[in-house]
Design a protein around this ligand. Structure first.
Ligand SMILES: [Zn+2]
Length: 130
């Protein structure tokens, strides 16, 4: 028996899709691997500090101005943590890898004072903000 990851129904081992809800029964390892591109704009040249990125609490990346990192992920929910200037500006959100997707990371800046207390702003290629 194969348990549907979406609705929990039992399906026969030979089935590739759930007969109740139609979800794929392929294990994540059999599925496609997606590229998540995290890009940081060239603007804000005076913000020289790198954005620190942690994916699923493990891998670590550093994102400088006008640069990008590509992370390969299996479909599903992932936790992406970003921080600028350490703990106080840390931002943690759950990202669902479903298509080749770009995340645009930038510190939110409205004035010098609010900049110092502002978090990292993240917009994906569909315009969703996190
Ligand atoms: Zn199902």
């Amino acid at each position: 028996m194969k348990k549907c990851p979406k609705c929990g129904a039992d399906n026969k081992d030979i089935q590739r899709f759930c007969s109740y809800c139609g979800a794929s029964l392929a294990s994540p390892a059999e599925g496609k691997i997606y590229n998540i591109v995290m890009r940081r704009p060239a603007g804000l040249q005076w913000v020289l500090n790198v954005i620190h990125i942690k994916v699923d609490g493990r891998e670590k990346y550093q994102l400088a101005n006008d640069s990008a990192v590509t992370v390969r992920m299996i479909p599903g929910q992932h936790e992406i943590e970003m921080s600028l200037f350490g703990q106080p500006r840390k931002k943690k959100f759950t990202f669902f890898a479903s298509e080749d997707t770009a995340l645009i990371c930038t510190p939110t800046v409205t004035s010098t004072i609010s900049y110092l207390a502002s978090p990292v702003k993240v917009v994906d290629s569909y315009g969703r903000t996190y």
